[in-house]
Design a protein around this ligand. Sequence first.
Ligand code: GAL
Length: 350
Amino acid sequence: MKSFLQPKLQLLLILLSLYSCTAKKDIAQKHSADSFNPGSVWNDTEGNPINAHGGGILFHDGIYYWYGEYKKGKTSLPPEATWEAYRTDVAGISCYSSKDLVNWKNEGLVLSAVKDDAAHDLHTSKVLERPKVIFNKKTGKFVMWMHVDSADYSKAAAGVAVSDSPVGKFKYIESFRPNNAMSRDQTVFVDDDAKAYQFYSSEDNKTMYISELTDDYLRPSGKFTRNFENLSREAPAVFKYNKKYYIITSGCSGWDPNIATIATADTIMGLWTVQKKELCEGPDADKTFYAQSTYVIPVQGREGAFIAMFDKWNKTDLESSRYVWLPLRIDKNGATVLWQEKWDMSIFDK
Ligand code: GAL
């Protein structure tokens, strides 16, 4: 009996340990991705859907940081709304970190909503959108610019927060209308000479302002230009390649998609010329693949490789909005974002 059971038991033990090894591996693999799947649920390294909308990327000391609007809970339409101003209560700004741009670790909320002061810019009842973080080499501070607004979007202001670390916590400083002009959809961009600029939809979203920032990146310097006058461009995403500046923008149709355009300039404050060739190509390119621009990521260590980041908004359930990240290529005909069902970094080798 004994001699018969022992080999069987041994086999069982071996099988059990083999099974537990593969099970463990499965868990690890489940949360490690090797490709971009635009428009699909994108899980972080813990297996939870990434929640960072209207976001932007900072590359610092070998790590990418993704900051975005943390949209949690019920989406509702304020009773006084005269248009589709769908919203979730403000929760804060989330941050994720990554070395490969595909696998993202949740770093938590780096700026949190304020619950007990209804007058505060970050109160849950307000609007907090399109955060972007830049690093100031001189001061050693991480500076966040964001769109802060009242629930009816009448405040139209820019908010600024600072931190000593990329993963926060950020300390909220103040909000204002830069250059005494409305500021809604916005981004910030640092040029090679370390000067920084805020790009923002102003004058009731009709005209895009480009505003140079002070050396500490905390305020407008007072130098600004008005661009795309009366063309109602939103959702600015700015990058530089081969000494040329590029800006992707959307039209102005709230959470609903429209066609993105890209413009170029030889100097950052303008003049900007809209590219004649369409930026997006593939199915639903005329609706920007049902998404809206938010940022363009220069892929580190790969000359000329860029990723265009778009938000695929779900206006009646904003928390379930998805991300559409696609490779952006520039050749003699201009910039192109070609739809891909699934892709990885090897696309830039071709
Ligand atoms: C969009 C804008 C979004 C958000 C939305 C509100 O036009 O790009 O960031 O503000 O309107 O409806």
